[in-house]
Design a protein around this ligand. Sequence first.
Ligand code: NAD
Length: 472
Amino acid sequence: MALSSTLKTHLMEIINPANGQVIADIAADTTASISSKYQQLLQGQQSWLSVPLPERIARLSRFHELLGQHQDRLAEILTSEVGKPLSQAAGEIRGARGRIEFFLQESEKWLADEWIAKSEQYGEMIRWEPLGVIANISAWNYPYLVGVNVFVPALIAGNAVMYKPSEYATLTGLEIEQLLLEAGIPADVFYTVKGGAEAGEALLELPLDGYFFTGSYRTGQYIRQKTADKLVPIQLELGGKDPLYVSADNADVQAVAQAAVEGAFYNAGQSCCAVERVYVHESVYDQFVEAFVEEAATLQVGAPTQEGTFIGPLTRASQPSFLAEQVADAVEKGAQILFQPPLPEGTDSGYYFAPVVLGNVSHEMAVMKEESFGPVIGIQRVSDDEEAIAMMQDTPFGLTASVYADNFETAKPIMDRMQSGTVYWNCCDRLSPSLPWSGRGDSGIGWTLSYLGIRAFTQPKAYHLKGKFSEK
Ligand code: NAD
């Protein structure tokens, strides 16, 4: 398979966002190495499929164990390249292990042959066959979580995987590859492709059997266009502009503010389902804003390796200036900065951005319409539930939406009207391995997690059987 792209040998610099220093130089993949990996995966997938399902599950179970054994070291590596606080890095690995446990427990059930009809001389059966060799093009903000959503169920189902970690999470990607190998996944069944956009581009040229992408809307849309003539599954898990509504039906506004602050600022707001905008009923607005700012002021900003840090540096060098522009645009259009502490000393050389809380915001401002992906939040006053619904729905994105209300009867009709893959009552910024994770509109197509996220890496084959048959 000749690729038209010409990726030559070069080194990728891995930078620590806490101080801007180069921590590693990694040899990126070339056109030749990507082609060679693909050829090996084609062979490897056939052998992998002949490994019985319980054995494939056993090997992923070993990977789960190894992640646990190496958690502290892996958390340090993750922190060194993406800048998230160490405690949050360890939390991410624990969360990823929880998701793997779900796949280990549920996969046999959902991948088993499904008998729809069965009699002496007639049978109808569905077999869930793997797709083949798939691409897993991944993001940097939760490389373990968004990675395991794809490559674990894909491998269990019998696929081979070309895994392209984000260029900002390359060291983590290499650790994942190493541990999978140690867990007994053959070398020609899982390959990490090292590189940036151009390496991802090379994958789009290959005749892969499925593309599973996590990242920005812009790249997702591009990938969809580039792969349109392939007629293989294309899944896109993209960004969001996730709203949270605080209705009048809230007795403990302080507790709601605490939850909202965590939802907005965890991982420095760099979560696809981070709370990105808040609407508050006018009857509780002042109380909520006061409690929100008070809570935000308790968050420690600083080095990710320092005990107690909640907001570390942002991962990408360009993000602080992008956020500063969003804030400037909002202020110019009448927003009020309710909170913006000075950055602590010693943060000059890193990609830090102090959290910002904006009041008096409107949908004329980019901060209420475009994904911020950082510690910036706008809080808008609304006069009733109808206005809140209209504002929450005024977006092309549809990842999650959250409603806080003491009574389910208040929240449920609002949740029912949200055009998003996930709705929350009295919680936010969370996922469950048992529930499908999906976006609507510009937040993507397809899904991961849950039994649907096991079958997403398979294709059904219908067996029509006439005559005497066995169930093997
Ligand atoms: P990104 O789109 O910049 O990059 C994602 C991946 O695509 C990287 O591996 C990158 O190298 C690769 N890539 C870039 N250009 C490419 C091209 N032309 N062809 C092929 N591959 C290419 O996104 P990011 O900055 O890594 O991630 C942040 C975004 O991801 C945010 O918008 C966030 O909301 C979203 N996200 C969504 C989810 C979800 O579950 N919906 C989860 C995590 C992150």
